[in-house]
Design a protein around this ligand. Structure first.
Ligand SMILES: Cc1cc2nc3c(=O)[nH]c(=O)nc-3n(C[C@H](O)[C@H](O)[C@H](O)COP(=O)(O)OP(=O)(O)OC[C@H]3O[C@@H](n4cnc5c(N)ncnc54)[C@H](O)[C@@H]3O)c2cc1C
Length: 406
C-alpha cells in the first residue's frame, strides 16, 4: 500500500484511546486518520465480518481528494465501474430514452468513481487493519461519560474506558440514540422506500442500467459488468415510513409484492428473485439532520450524523470527507475544541450536499402521471453526452492540511 503526503505519527505512546462504532465506510476512514494522528484506535462492528453488499456507490469531488491522500485512489480507479448506458422505460416496457449515466447524475467522466460498495469497504479496511483493533460481532451496550473519559460496556461482555467514542453506525445509529434520544427527531423522510438485492442477469445486460417507471414506482436492473448477476432496485412512494417493515425482512417482501403487484416489464421476475434473495437491503429514503454532531466526548459522522439519502448519491462521499475533517480537527486539539472545529468547518459542505436531494435525481421518481411525463420530456432533452463538470456541491470544500501534534 502506498501512503501519501501525511506525516506518519512517530510517537511511541498513543495520544489517547478511542472507540469507533461501525466498520463500513465512515468508521474505517476515521480509524485510518486517527491512527495517523497518534491515537490508539478500536473499531467495534456488530456484524461478524465486513458487510460488503449493496448497490454500487459514487465517490466524487472532495471525497476523491480524501481517498487520494489515503493512498487508495489507484486501487479504487482499478475497481471503477464503467457504466455506459442508462435506459428509461415506460410502464409498458417501451424505451423513453437512453443516456450516458453522468448526463443524469452530474458525475464527471474520467474523474468521479463509481464502485461496488464492497470494493470501497475492503480498500478502507485493508488500509487500517494492521494498525487498528477490530472487534467484530460486538457492539456498545452502555456509554457513561465523565471528566476522565467514556466508560463503555460491550454487548459481548467486558468494559473499557476510552478518551473519545465515535458513532459511525449508519442512519439508524444506536450511538446517536444513546446520546441524543430517538431517531424520529432527526429523521427527515423524503417520501420513498427502496430495496436492493442481487439476482440473475436474465436480460443479458452489460455495463448498463435499465429503469422502468410508473407514477410512484421504479424498478431498475444494474449490470456492473458482464457478470451473471445484476443489482435489482425497487423504489416506491409511500406517504409515511412503514415502521413495521424495518427490521422485518418478511414484512418488507410482502410490502414490495403488494406495491408492485400489477407491474409489467420484468418486475414479476424481480419480485420472485426478491423472495429468494439473501442480501436484501431495505430502507426509507431519508436524511438525518442534526443541530449538533457531538456531545461531550462522543461525536457522530457519516450517515449517523448527516445521511443525505441515495437521491444525492453523496452518502459515501460525505462519510469519507467527514472522517477526514473530524480526525484532522483532533490532530492538534482536545475533544471539545476538535469537535467544535469539525462542525464549524464541515457543516456547510454537508448542508449543500443534502440539499441536492431536492434537485436533479429526485425527479427520477415522479409520483404523478403529469410529473412523469415532464420528467420524460426533460430526459429526452438532456444531452446524451457525459457532463464535463460535476455539480459544485460535490467539490464545495477544499481539504485543509492537518499536522499531528508532536
Ligand atoms: C450492507 C449495507 C448495504 C448498503 N447498501 C446500500 C445501498 O444499496 N444503497 C444505499 O444508498 N446505501 C446503502 N448502504 C448505506 C451506505 O453504505 C451509506 O449510506 C454510506 O456509505 C455512509 O456510510 P456509513 O459508514 O456512514 O454508514 P453505513 O454504511 O450504514 O455503515 C454503518 C455500519 O455500522 C454498523 N453498525 C450498525 N449499528 C451498529 C451497532 N449498534 N454497533 C456496531 N456496529 C453497528 C453496520 O453494520 C455498518 O457496518 C448500505 C449499508 C450497508 C451496511
Amino acid at each position: 500500500m502506498t501512503r501519501t503526503d501525511q506525516p506518519t505519527a512517530t510517537r511511541t505512546t498513543p495520544r489517547g484511546k478511542v472507540l469507533i462504532s461501525g466498520a463500513s465506510i465512515a468508521g474505517p476512514a476515521l480509524a485510518f486518520w486517527l491512527n495517523r494522528y497518534g491515537y490508539a484506535v478500536t473499531v467495534v462492528e456488530k456484524a461478524g465480518t465486513l458487510r460488503s453488499g449493496g448497490y454500487p456507490i459514487d465517490v466524487r469531488g472532495t471525497a476523491l481528494d480524501v481517498v487520494e491522500k489515503m493512498g487508495i485512489l489507484p486501487q479504487l480507479r482499478d475497481a471503477h465501474i464503467d457504466l455506459r448506458r442508462l435506459t428509461f422505460l415506460d410502464g409498458d416496457g417501451s424505451e423513453v430514452t437512453s443516456l450516458h449515466p453522468h448526463a443524469v447524475t452530474g458525475g464527471v467522466a474520467g474523474r468521479d468513481l463509481e464502485i461496488r460498495r464492497g470494493d470501497l469497504t475492503d480498500a478502507l479496511y485493508m488500509a487500517v487493519r494492521d494498525d487498528v483493533e477490530f472487534l467484530f460481532n460486538d457492539s456498545i451496550d452502555t456509554l457513561d461519560q465523565s471528566d476522565h473519559g467514556v466508560d463503555v460496556t460491550f454487548r459481548g461482555g467486558g468494559s473499557r474506558t476510552f478518551d473519545m467514542v465515535f458513532g459511525a453506525d449508519g442512519m439508524h445509529s444506536r450511538t446517536r440514540e444513546m446520546l441524543f434520544g430517538p431517531e424520529e427527531q432527526f429523521h427527515r423522510y423524503l417520501g420513498y422506500c427502496f430495496a436492493v438485492f442481487t439476482m440473475r442477469n436474465t436480460l443479458g445486460l452489460s455495463h448498463e442500467t435499465v429503469m422502468w417507471n410508473t407514477p410512484g414506482r421504479a424498478a431498475a436492473v444494474y449490470a456492473v459488468g458482464d457478470d451473471d448477476e445484476v443489482h435489482a432496485f425497487l423504489n416506491f412512494a409511500q406517504p409515511e415510513p412503514p415502521f413495521d417493515a424495518f427490521g422485518n425482512p418478511e414484512a418488507q417482501r410482502d410490502l414490495l409484492a403488494k406495491v408492485f403487484a400489477d407491474a409489467g416489464w420484468e418486475v414479476p421476475g424481480m419480485l420472485a428473485a426478491l423472495r429468494a434473495a439473501d442480501d436484501v437491503f431495505f430502507d426509507a429514503v431519508s436524511q438525518i439532520r442534526m443541530p449538533r454532531w457531538s456531545s461531550g466526548r462522543v461525536a457522530l459522522l457519516g450517515d449517523a450524523a448527516y445521511a443525505p439519502s441515495f437521491l444525492t448519491g453523496q452518502g459515501s462521499s460525505l462519510a469519507l470527507v467527514g472522517a477526514y475533517m473530524l480526525a484532522g480537527s483532533l490532530a492538534d486539539r482536545d475533544h471539545a475544541a476538535g469537535f467544535a472545529a469539525y462542525e464549524h468547518n464541515t457543516r456547510e459542505f454537508v448542508t449543500v450536499n443534502q440539499e441536492q436531494a431536492g434537485e436533479g435525481d429526485a425527479t427520477l421518481f415522479p409520483t404523478t402521471a403529469r410529473a412523469l411525463e415532464q420528467r420524460n420530456d426533460m430526459l429526452c432533452n438532456l444531452s446524451a453526452m457525459p457532463a464535463a463538470e460535476g455539480r459544485p456541491a460535490h467539490s464545495a470544500l477544499t481539504l485543509p492540511e492537518f499536522m499531528p501534534m508532536t
